[in-house]
Design a protein around this ligand. Structure first.
Ligand code: GDP
Length: 495
């Protein structure tokens, strides 16, 4: 695939078959128009219904986004702590804008998967998605996804009493969380299975609610994935949504959303593939790093991307991981790199290694000494860091470079790898890996690499609660588009 800049003539390929809106200037976000020049053409076309939903959602973001009269009104309401009278069905009330404020935490892969989930939920529930731009991280990494407005939540003034001022304080224990509200008697369940507000005043919806969907969340937080609780949330004007996990498979199991999701995604294994390509456009400075590295090292090569993520060196020694990588590449003939017969092809081959450590790529290079295969590693950050813009930019560069590869070998459990495979549209080979809580000496995580079942990310902490048959677990094996993950045995994924 030739690495080309955008020359000014928009084609369907530049707009990813209609996924992207043409309503942006090229200069404001080069990656939006140049993506197609660095990536293989996707075999998955976005459905016309998905495209229509996205254009409709863009209009909502513009109509209700920061700076608009509707936004100011909703902010005033939130600040005053005034709830909504659920019984008021006047058209005036119905036209009001409702918001989803996304609060991120953890590494970039986790953040991208949970942000895509928050976005799809916002689309399904007609809410405006606003992201908490704490430490300017999201604003620095990504372009604005919606034309003519911003998705960055403006910071409330110093004297504001709005909950938006204390976003970072919300957590699983917050009394305003859905889980805690359900436990504290703020709601009542009726015999017909519906759930309504009983407090602070009967029939009055609270002005905002905090939704906690993080790994390790509790039973009551997980009731988010029940239809009755979705109806309860519908009229709440502001949802503060904190998540680090991929929750889209869970949304497919909520009956109220199934019809829409079926129409939007006839191909179930391409959900993140489309949403990721729609939402995450690297900002111009990050895109410059990606494209200059690509042009200098990878352009015109057949590239195998190898993503090496090790949680604890002691549990799984580097040598063991290296051996797994080399045997996977060899056994699965990913590069045909050790086979002299591969010289029949004229294309040069390269391995792109991403890892926090430089050790693996040095070893792989030593292993391949004498062959024509080049080994590249864009950065080695040493260790994971938080709230560090340059570190996050390197992470996004690595994820994007992996997404331009022809073949991927990723590390099990890693959301970093999931994002790369999703953007690429590739089913990777996956290295089995020890879970991060494994004890030293554990034999988990040994064994040969396996091919992923689908391009979709694995959902690590799904809700197995059967809302209808309360108390019983869902029988997921009977849902045809839900499969098990090859790397996380309790995880589920769309296939
Ligand atoms: P996960 O922990 O593997 O699921 O992935 P996350 O992306 O959520 O968190 C890992 C974080 O560690 C990344 O966001 C980076 O900050 C850092 N990191 C891990 N592996 C790499 C890598 O290969 N390259 C770079 N640049 N950073 C990495």
């Amino acid at each position: 695939h030739d690495a080309q800049g955008f020359q000014g003539n928009l084609t369907a390929a530049h707009l990813l078959d209609g996924l992207l809106s043409p309503e942006f200037s090229h200069r404001s976000c080069r990656s939006r128009y140049e993506f197609a020049g660095y990536h293989k053409k996707s075999p998955h076309k976005p459905s016309p219904y998905l495209i229509a939903k996205l254009r409709k959602h863009e209009a909502l973001q513009k109509r209700c986004g920061p700076g608009t009269a509707s936004y100011k009104k909703a902010l005033r309401r939130l600040e005053s702590g005034e709830g909504v009278n659920t019984a008021d069905t006047s058209s005036n009330n119905k036209d009001e804008c409702r918001y989803l404020v996304y609060i991120s935490f953890r590494g970039l892969g986790n953040r991208m998967l949970s942000m895509a989930s928050a976005f799809l939920y916002a689309v399904l529930t007609d809410r405006v998605l606003l992201v908490d731009n704490d430490k300017a991280v999201i604003g620095d990494l990504f372009c604005e996804p919606f034309p003519g407005t911003t998705w960055l939540l403006p910071r409330p003034g110093l004297l504001s009493t709005s909950p938006l001022r204390r976003l970072r304080h919300f957590d699983q224990d917050s009394k305003e969380s859905l889980g805690n509200m359900l436990q504290s008697g703020a709601t009542v369940a009726s015999v017909d299975g519906n759930v309504t507000w009983s407090a602070p005043a009967a029939g009055r919806t609270p002005p905002f609610l905090y939704v906690h969907l993080g790994g390790g969340y509790g039973h009551h937080d997980k009731l988010f994935f029940c239809g009755a609780h979705q109806r309860l949330l519908h009229s709440v004007p502001w949802l503060l949504f904190k998540s680090d996990v991929y929750t889209i498979p869970g949304m497919f199991l909520i009956p109220t959303f199934q019809h829409e999701l079926d129409a939007m995604f006839p191909e179930k294994d391409a959900v993140f593939h489309h949403l990721g390509r729609y939402l995450f456009h690297p900002s111009n400075p990050v895109w410059s790093d990606i494209t200059s590295y690509h042009r200098a090292n990878l352009a015109g090569h057949h590239v195998v991307g190898v993503q090496i993520r090790v949680f604890q060196d002691k549990v799984q020694p580097p040598q063991q991981v290296l051996d797994q990588v080399l045997s996977c590449v060899r056994d699965e003939k990913l590069l045909q790199l050790m086979l002299p017969s591969s010289t029949s092809s004229n294309t040069s081959t390269s391995i792109l290694v991403t890892s926090l450590s430089p050790w693996y790529s040095e070893r792989i290079r030593a292993e391949l000494a004498g062959s024509s295969t080049e080994v590249h590693q864009p950065s080695h950050e040493g260790e994971q860091r938080w709230h560090d813009a340059a570190h996050d930019a390197h992470a996004l560069t690595d994820i994007y470079l992996l997404s331009t590869c022809d073949v991927l070998l990723t590390s099990g459990y890693s959301t970093f790898g999931y994002v790369a495979q999703g953007l690429a549209g590739l089913r990777p080979w996956v290295l089995p890996r020890e879970p991060f809580w494994a004890q030293e000496g554990s034999t988990e995580g040994r064994g040969p690499c396996r091919r992923e079942l689908s391009v979709e990310p694995c959902s690590h902490s799904p809700s197995f609660y059967d809302c209808k048959a309360g108390g019983r677990d869902l029988d997921l094996d009977s849902v045809k588009y839900i499969g098990r993950c090859v790397d996380v045995n309790w995880g589920i994924k769309l296939v």
